[in-house]
Design a protein around this ligand. Structure first.
Ligand code: LLP
Length: 494
């Protein structure tokens, strides 16, 4: 692991295209979850982006931008994404694959983690590919400049329209089930379609049950019992070009062994596919590497993970006498989570004597549904005094009408008051992409920070935007009457 010191931080920053002015070393007497050291080679091992630094007044900066200023300028809640961290992570995957796998390789970004034009463009510029699971993600990738030949389309229930779009664009389609094959055959493609076959590997791992996908009772992929039948069926379709095999075992995984075991399962499938005449080139081991959400989390580094996977695939292929395939992996969370944070402004305070103190912020489960969905834990600091000594434990509540809308429990904070801005760390994955409009709350804006500049990459939704797709049928419109209250119209019962 490489620790950030002043000079190391500067060289890392330079490698990621940052000026050294953007980097201020952290000193050892910090309190709370503000990190004293960061692993700049494997950003998934940090709570905060690798460019996090304190200015002369002790205020938190990321990407050379003052977070309090960003909150002031763009409003809150605000998703902030650090370009240097995202680029460093892309490079970590690429370089580790090159270092540890003797054959060709490609890291594919699982864009369900956070899909936007800006992220697609950044990831494409780092030479990675992209995994999309819907027309929306696919269009975002293509419009963001991701070359079609580096895109794969996943999904356990793809529509005709999604398949038509994918075939037309020339992206690889992941064959997840028989229905996919039937739809594709109906579309009778004139040109060959590159297919990747997804199988359920039957591997269990320790993660939240909702995000395990590899065990046999899963809605994703072909059951191993069906593998030979589908491989034989594919030989009957001249348009079907089976170029790859895929499996994904789950997400936020800290163990390496399940991924090593997966290599054997995939190599067996590769041997079978090739023996039936399919010139399979790619072996895709999915994503799943975990990240650090709270101080006690200790995930493997990207280098350790890639090395474990690469060695296992290499070995499994050698044992079976197989020509080495191109090795693909599909990181989502570990690629983008630690590059992101969310800024909130504190509003109301409620003290329940002897029980707890609630501090409510201006967002919550609509911009980060992970705590209420998976009981996920996060850490946060006050951006203007991230290292001040904590004086109380608070519960950070969202603003939605739901008692479970709690972002963080038992957060140690220095004296905080209404108006203070908080940064919740590691929200770059599965936050914006899972956001909703519950309570008709508009989705936050997102900014990309780099070398002291901030670019708006997602506009803040406005309440009026939420009415754009509502229609009021004529017969209900007739119920409208003008009321005199404040010059507004009110719906009244006639
Ligand atoms: N490939 C496939 C086929 C996947 O289904 C996934 C994630 C990935 C790659 C990326 O996995 P990652 O590297 O991000 O672990 N919403 C949940 C996570 C769901 C993951 C779904 N599939 C959460 O917020 O924890």
């Amino acid at each position: 692991m490489t620790i950030t010191t002043e000079s190391a931080a500067e060289s890392a920053a330079a490698a990621a295209g940052l000026t050294s002015a953007a980097v201020v070393a952290t000193t050892p007497e910090a309190t709370g979850p503000y990190e004293l050291e960061r692993d700049i080679e494997s950003p998934n091992r940090n709570l905060s982006p690798i460019t996090s630094a304190l200015d002369a007044k002790g205020r938190l900066q990321v990407g050379g931008c003052d977070l309090a200023d960003l909150a002031q300028r763009y409003g809150t809640p605000l998703y902030v994404l650090d370009e240097a961290t995202l680029r460093a992570t892309c490079r970590a995957y690429r370089q580790a694959l090159e270092a540890h796998y003797p054959g060709p390789s490609l890291a594919i970004y699982a864009s369900k983690a956070n899909s936007s034009l800006a992220i697609s463009a950044l990831v494409a510029s780092e030479g990675l590919g992209l995994d999309a699971v819907s027309s929306g993600e696919l269009l975002t990738a293509l419009e963001g400049g991701m070359p079609a030949e580096r895109i794969v389309l996943h999904g356990n229930n793809k529509s005709r329209e999604e398949l038509t779009l994918a075939i037309g664009a020339g992206v690889t389609v992941v064959l997840d089930n028989w229905h996919d094959l039937e739809l594709l055959a109906e579309l009778a493609p004139a040109a060959p379609v590159s297919l990747m076959l997804r199988l359920t590997p039957g591997i269990e791992c320790h993660t939240h049950e909702y995000i395990q996908t590899g065990h046999l009772d899963s809605k994703f992929g072909f059951d191993p019992d069906q593998l030979e039948a589908v491989l034989r069926e594919l030989t009957r379709h001249p348009w079907a070009q089976l170029t790859g095999l895929h499996a994904h075992i789950g997400s936020q995984i800290f163990e390496l062994q399940p991924h090593r075991d997966l290599a054997g399962v995939l190599a067996d499938a590769l041997a079978l596919a090739r023996s039936l005449g399919h010139p399979v080139r790619d072996l895709n081991v999915g994503g799943g590497l975990g990240i650090r959400y709270v101080t006690s989390d200790d995930p493997p580094s990207i280098q350790e993970w890639v090395r474990g996977v690469a060695e296992a695939v290499h070995q499994a292929c050698q044992q079976r006498g197989l020509e080495l395939p191109r090795l693909l992996c599909e990181p989502g969370r570990s690629l983008v989570a630690s590059a992101g944070l969310t800024l909130y402004r504190i509003g109301s305070r409620k003290e329940v004597p002897g029980i707890r103190t609630y501090l409510s912020v201006d967002g919550g489960m609509s911009d980060n549904p992970r705590p209420i969905t998976y009981q996920s834990q996060y850490t946060a600091v006050l951006v203007e005094r991230p290292r001040a000594a904590a004086s109380e434990r608070v519960t950070l509540a969202g603003k939605h009408c739901e008692s479970g809308d709690i972002l963080l429990k038992d957060l140690a904070l220095p004296p905080a008051q209404s108006g203070d801005v908080l940064a919740v760390f590691a929200t770059g994955a599965y936050n914006a992409s899972m956001a909703s409009n519950y309570n008709r709350i508009p989705k936050p804006a997102a900014v990309l920070v780099h070398e002291g500049a901030a670019d708006l990459v997602q506009r803040r939704e406005q309440p009026e935007d939420l009415l754009r797709y509502d229609l009021l049928p004529e017969r209900l419109r007739k119920l409208w009457a003008t009321s005199s209250q404040g010059g507004h119209q009110a719906l009244i019962c006639l």
